[in-house]
Structure formats: structure tokens, C-alpha cells
Design a protein around this ligand. Sequence first.
Ligand code: 5AD
Ligand code: SF4
Length: 455
Amino acid sequence: MTSAKTDITIAEPAQNGQGKKLFIKTYGCQMNVYDSERMAEAMGSDGYTQVESAEAADMVLINTCHIREKASEKLYSDLGRLRKLKKNKPDLKIGVAGCVAQAEGAEILRRAPQVDVVVGPQAYHRLPAMARAAREGQTQQLDTDFPAEDKFDNLPKLRAARGPMAFLTVQEGCDKFCAFCVVPYTRGAEVSRPAARILDEARALVERGVRDITLLGQNVNGYHGAGAAGDLTLAGLIRELAKVDGLLRIRYTTSHPNDMGDDLIAAHGEVVQLMPYLHLPVQSGSDKILKAMNRKHTAEQYLRLIERIRAARPDILLSSDFIAGFPGETDSDHAATMDLIRAVGFGAAYSFKYSARPGTPAAEKAEVDSDIADARLQEMQALLSSQQYGLQAAMVGREVGVLYEKAGRLDDQLVGKSDHLHAVHVTDPAGKIGELVRVKITASVTNSLKGQRIG
Ligand code: 5AD
Ligand code: SF4
């Protein structure tokens, strides 16, 4: 089958959950947001509809994040609340999905007997069957396999678009083993989806009104999926996606500096649909810390890479991740990170205090004093915010593309994302959600821009 239309099949609904209500709470990264949507669809083909609160639900699913301790802990506080709810509502089913499910599956069942279903990120196509078994009285089910079958082949193909922007998973897992990170353990080894499946999904999304797709992967620029004539790199995949009629914008996240191939850098200068925004985590600006983190590049190599990317696409907005207080980090290591931030100038950034994760090599090392790590984090965040606001303010007077996403709070106002992923408010009585328009930026406010439509 070649045409997108004929390829979209609605999974034969068993509908055993007819009339049942599902509430999903999602923590963590964009892939969890994508996974939650796919789980909702899988449950939808069994008859479940989504609701906005646990109180209104027959089943509550918590899609968890394991990346830092704080994220993990939220699961147990949620489960405490749900235990009380279940006392008044004994038929309530409770499911735990995502990376905490993968990492601590059996432990969750031990600590929280009220849980019916624990399902890992590679097994969630089996969720409807597990929910069915739960309804029939089976509690404490666990599935954290990395099964031989591909979950994507076992999920309903129809995806309801929830607006003009969508995520699309193209790659999962990570082989990099940064010393602080649980992802290689929770999401497993790198696996790339075949290009034909991704193109089908992209076409289906476009048919449902999507105009801007963010390709997702834990190490997305390591993508190497089967194409029509041999394996494709991420750049090759992007060039194929750029041929999809009606797909106006392409983005991708998250990348590793060492997988920024020449062809991907070139694509930034050549593919008009590829937006001028790149999230490229560096974590630290100190070579000693980068080495201890097992990042396998130096600060200088990162800076040279940024130069080459900017040469290909001068207006690109750069974003990154940073960790403050990695074991062994001294004041001068921290100063080197501040220098790197000043040297690059980031338009967006995420910075975190180091959190020791069980099972990772860094967790064996002595930790930096917590107050010192906090102070470094604050210093870093102050610099990153000032860069972010500075680059946002520099957009005033410029003309950008804006894809209208939703209605604004004021009459006749629409809100959308610019090419650089800034939120832009535009008063435009004739505008429609899903429309890509030209806007002249007139003002920069705290977390967004204002603009006037010019085309
Ligand atoms: N502690 C703090 N931050 C972490 N990250 C990953 N693992 C940890 C950890 N143990 C951050 C990194 C990564 C982002 C997704 O989360 O900066 O890029
Ligand atoms: Fe974790 Fe990213 Fe490093 Fe992979 S590349 S181990 S996901 S921080």
C-alpha cells in the first residue's frame, strides 16, 4: 500500500471497555506525552474515553519519569492519593506506565498493593489486554518486557490530531551511557523505526490538520532507520518528510553533539521546512566533568560544532541542557560552564541540579555539597534566563512565520509558535487555527512575543 489514505486502518474495536473513562497523568519528557496519546488511543479502541480528573475515571494511568529523584517520587505521592480514592471507589483500576514502571516494576507492586497494572514503555500496546484482565479481577500485573514484536505495529494506526503541532517518535533508546543518566536502562538500546512507517504516520497526521511535526528520540540524531534504498540518517529522513505535502515545519529532539553529522548540519541550511531551532544538550563546559560524564567530547569541540551549525543556518536558535553539581565539580569547572554559556548564547535552556540515580556509574561517586550545587544552579539559571530574554527581545521588529495553535485570552486573539518556537500572540479576527501566517514582531513580554499579521 502506498497511499496514506489506504494505509490508515482503525483497529478492529473489541470495545470491552465501552463507556469506561480513563484519566492519564503524564510526567517527564515529550516522548512521554507522545506515549500517553498512543496509550489513550489504544484504550480508545477498547471503548475508553479520556477524562480530565481521577475522580471522574474508571481507570487512572500514571505515565512516569525516572530521570531525576524528584520526578520519580511524584509517583508515590500520586499513588497515596489514589489509594484513598480507591477506598471510596473499589472498582477504580490503577495503572503505572513509563520509565519508573520499567526501572522499579516489582518494587512498585510491593510498595503499592492498590496498583493493578504496571507496564513499561516498550510493552504499552498490551495495556488494553491488561486493563481487560484487571476488570476481570486480576490485580498486580507486571509487563516490563522489551518484546520481540514492535509496539507500533500493534497500536491503532489512526491518530487523532490535537492541534496543528504533533510529536512523532522515530527512534527510542540510547547507547551513549552518560554516567549520570538512567535512559539507557529504562528505554533500552537505540532502535530506529523504519522510514516508511514514519512517513505513513506523518501523512496521517497531516491529513488530520497537523502542520508542524517534532521528531522524537532519546538520541534522535543517531537515527538510522531502514529506508527504501538502505538505511537513512536523520538528515535523509528529514529530506523524505520534507516531500510530504502539507507538512510545513519539521523539528527534532533530543540530540547528542557527537551525532550531528555533516549531512544534518547541511540540512539545516537547505531544507526550508526544517525550523531554525536546535536543542543540543552539552551538560557542562568543563572538559574534566565532560570526561567524567562520559560525554566523549570537549567544550571546544562543542563550540566548533555550534560554529558550523551557525554557518549553515545563521539565525538558528540554540537550546541546551545543563547539570549543576555533578560529582567532582569544582568552582573552576562551574566557571567553565558559565564561560561556555556566555560563548554560545542560548535562546532556551533546561538546567538541573545533579540527582544521583541508582544503578548509574556517577551514583557511586561522592556528591557535591547540596547548597553549593543549588547556588551554582541559580547562577547558571540567571545567566541562561537573561540570554533567553535578550534573544527573545531581539526578535522585535523581525518578520517570522507563526503557526496558529489556539485562541488567546483576548477577543480575536490567536496564539501560535514562531519558527524559533517562541509563543506569539496576534490579534487577527480573520485568522484560523492551523494557519501559518507572516507576522511582524512588535513586543516582547515575559514569556512570549506580540506581533501583527502581515501576510
Ligand atoms: N541528574 C540531573 N539531571 C539529569 N539529566 C539526566 N540525568 C540527570 C541526573 N541524574 C538531565 C540532563 C539531560 C536531561 C534530559 O536531564 O541534562 O539532558
Ligand atoms: Fe541520557 Fe542523553 Fe546521555 Fe543518552 S545521550 S545517556 S539519553 S543524557
